[in-house]
Design a protein around this ligand. Structure first.
Ligand code: AP5
Length: 211
């Protein structure tokens, strides 16, 4: 299966992609995670990306497309792209990459979520500094406050989850990414899942629309 997960910040793309790829043994490619890892390691890519990410802007298309092309070249089986594409230029670049490898997308899953839900989710999100695991202070709390269940690492709030940056990310989403819903609808690839319910329910719906 070759899938993309689309939706606004906080729709649950990362959460669902992690559950889905584990269950179906697919590769999980998250451009956000790759960029955050580069920032953490202080690589040239990270230094370049940080200025965009901290303000809620998109990293330039050529940078992100090159990352995804390289990742896909190293993958044999199916995958979920989480957070890519995010602009029409990226969607067209992905089509070209897949054409050149004689591949094609099976579906673009749109996680449709209410804006109030997004704001609540992002303000409560916590991430493990060590392994990147994702929590929410109310919806998916760790067993011990501030400590990762998986590796014992410290949990922190993402810089771009501050309210003023969330507003900017939502604006960028509406302007740059929302047009992709039509892009995939016209290609008959769009599958919509209402993403407000708890993760297990969303996961069940996801299974249904992809069956
Ligand atoms: P990225 O990391 O991709 O951020 P995003 O798209 O804004 O998505 P989020 O990670 O905020 O949300 P999500 O939908 O994955 O939700 P999650 O599962 O985490 O990108 C960050 C930045 O990198 C961008 O702003 C940009 O600068 C750059 N970038 C990345 N890709 C790029 C690209 N292609 N082009 C250019 N720039 C790019 O869930 C959120 C919270 O809600 C968590 O706490 C989770 O536990 C909780 N939660 C999830 N699902 C549920 C549920 N069903 N019920 C209750 N709580 C839930």
């Amino acid at each position: 299966m070759r899938l993309i997960f689309l939706g606004p910040p906080g729709a649950g793309k990362g959460t669902q992609a992690e559950l889905f790829t584990k269950e179906h043994r697919l590769a999980h490619i998250s451009t956000g995670d790759i960029l955050r890892d580069a920032v953490k390691r202080g690589t040239p890519l990270g230094l370049k990306a940080k200025q965009y990410m901290d303000s809620g802007a998109l990293v330039p298309d050529d940078v992100v497309v090159a990352i995804v092309a390289q990742k896909l070249a190293g993958i044999d089986g199916g995958f979920v792209l989480d957070g890519f594409p995010r602009t029409l230029a990226q969607a067209e670049a992905l089509d070209k990459i897949l054409d050149e490898s004689n591949g094609n997308l099976d579906a673009a899953v749109y996680l449709d979520v209410n804006e109030d839900t997004v704001v609540r989710r992002l303000s409560g999100r916590r991430i493990c500094r060590k392994c990147g695991a994702n929590y929410h202070v109310e919806n998916m709390p760790p067993h011990r406050e501030g400590v990762c269940d998986k590796c014992g690492g410290e949990l922190y709030q993402r810089e771009d989850d501050r309210p003023e940056v969330v507003r900017e990310r939502l604006e960028v989403y509406r302007r740059e990414t929302a047009p992709l819903i039509d892009y995939y609808r016209t290609r008959d690839l769009l599958r919509t899942v209402v993403a407000d319910p708890p993760p297990e329910e969303v996961m069940k719906e996801l299974g249904k629309v992809l069956a």
